[in-house]
Design a protein around this ligand. Structure first.
Ligand SMILES: NC(=O)c1ccc[n+]([C@@H]2O[C@H](COP(=O)([O-])OP(=O)(O)OC[C@H]3O[C@@H](n4cnc5c(N)ncnc54)[C@H](OP(=O)(O)O)[C@@H]3O)[C@@H](O)[C@H]2O)c1
Length: 341
């Protein structure tokens, strides 16, 4: 029988210190996996929590790796049968140099991960793409639910300077093609807006800042028809489900139903009445409904949005992130300001 540190159970998570990466590391440790987690700076205070996770002293190893540096990637994958490629920047501010800030980390970074997986004889690679690689497609009829066959239109992303979506779309396509061509088992995974409790509070990730903005309010307009959301803990569960069960080359969408911002506020305000909440809303005719039925058919059971919101807010309160600031107002991360499509 495989033990927690036997080769059959050793996997690598790239970007293990990030919001999604760290919840995945935590889940894998709890399920008895030996985990290699890559971080760019193991000495950074924001990564200190990783070695305090349950099971970490025995089963977690941190690897200093930059996805742009092949040698560091390949070293982190040594001895691993599985890889979860999570590491990609999620820009908070307007992108000034698309090539450097997002295209290179996403494309070259993913290619290094693919080549290193092949070289290290990794059995399965699960790539975290994004709903951003699915929904920006003007040819898809508004009234038809989007599914895994819907891809963002790269030309449209270029025209609209939606560099993040362009990068995620290109990287995901490339990974599936590479897998097919080289006999590498690749699955891609496209989550919607990921929110949920934080495991570390030193640096807050971009999408948690979106929910923080909705709670605190500020000067920026925000679309009433908002992106679908999903709990970070359910994302981690889904990634492991894919790793265990998905057939090669399969793509999976992962989201709860789209909720209007007004409905979101109607859930949060009675639970936590003491916050200002975002009130500058633009009503847009934006229907981005899509289905996660394929993932649910694998056995994915997401928790209710109410639970996610309540536990996120409790986590922010505990971290002191909801205190009224003295200085700069809270801002909505640039990517989420209207018009989103
Ligand atoms: N959050 C969402 O709503 C959402 C939705 C869909 C898809 N995703 C995808 O999920 C993944 C993780 O996002 P997140 O929300 O968890 O963001 P996050 O907390 O900012 O995590 C991003 C991670 O990527 C790492 N990274 C960035 N560039 C790197 C490089 N060149 N080499 C090595 N590591 C690098 C970061 O490491 P450092 O700490 O060293 O910067 C960090 O650990 C990304 O691929 C993102 O596109 C996120």
């Amino acid at each position: 029988m495989a033990t927690s540190s036997s080769p059959q159970r050793r996997v690598c998570v790239t970007g293990g210190g990030g919001f999604i990466g760290s919840w995945l590391v935590k889940l894998l440790l709890s399920r008895g996996y030996a985990v290699h987690a890559t971080v760019r700076d193991p000495g950074d205070a924001k990564n200190a929590f990783l070695m305090r996770l349950d099971g970490a002293p025995a089963n977690l190893r941190l690897f200093k790796a930059d996805m742009l540096d092949y040698d560091t990637v390949v070293a982190a994958f040594a001895g691993c049968v599985g890889v979860f490629h999570v590491a990609t920047p999620v820009p908070e501010h307007k992108i000034v140099d698309p090539q450097k800030e997002i295209m290179e980390p996403a494309i070259k970074g993913t290619m290094n991960v693919l080549r290193a997986s092949l070289a290290m004889k990794v059995h399965k690679l699960v790539l975290v793409s994004s709903i951003a690689a699915c929904i920006f497609n003007p040819d898809w009829p508004q009234d038809i639910t989007k599914d895994e066959s819907c891809w963002s239109d790269k030309e449209f992303c270029k025209e609209t300077e939606n560099w993040y979506s362009l990068a995620k779309t290109q990287a995901e396509e490339m990974a599936l093609e590479f897998g097919e061509k080289n006999g590498l088992h690749v699955n891609t995974f496209c989550p919607a807006l990921v929110i949920g409790p934080l495991l570390q509070h030193v640096v807050v990730n971009t999408t948690s800042k979106v929910l923080l903005y909705i709670i605190k309010g500020g000067p920026d307009m925000i679309n009433n028809k908002f992106f679908s959301m999903v709990d970070v803990r359910d994302v981690a569960e889904a990634l492991l489900l894919l790793y265990d069960k998905a057939m090669s080359s399969e793509r999976y969408l992962c989201a709860l139903d789209q909720v209007d911002l007004k409905d979101l506020l109607a859930i949060m305000k009675p639970m936590f009445p003491n916050y200002s909440y975002a009130d500058k809303m633009v009503d847009v005719d934006l229907n981005i409904t899509f289905t996660s039925d394929k993932l649910k058919n694998l056995g994915w059971k997401p928790r209710k949005l109410e639970e996610t919101l309540a536990e996120s807010i409790e986590s922010y309160e505990k971290a002191g992130l909801l205190q009224v600031p003295d200085g700069e107002p809270c801002r909505l991360p640039f990517f989420f300001r209207p018009p989103p499509v």
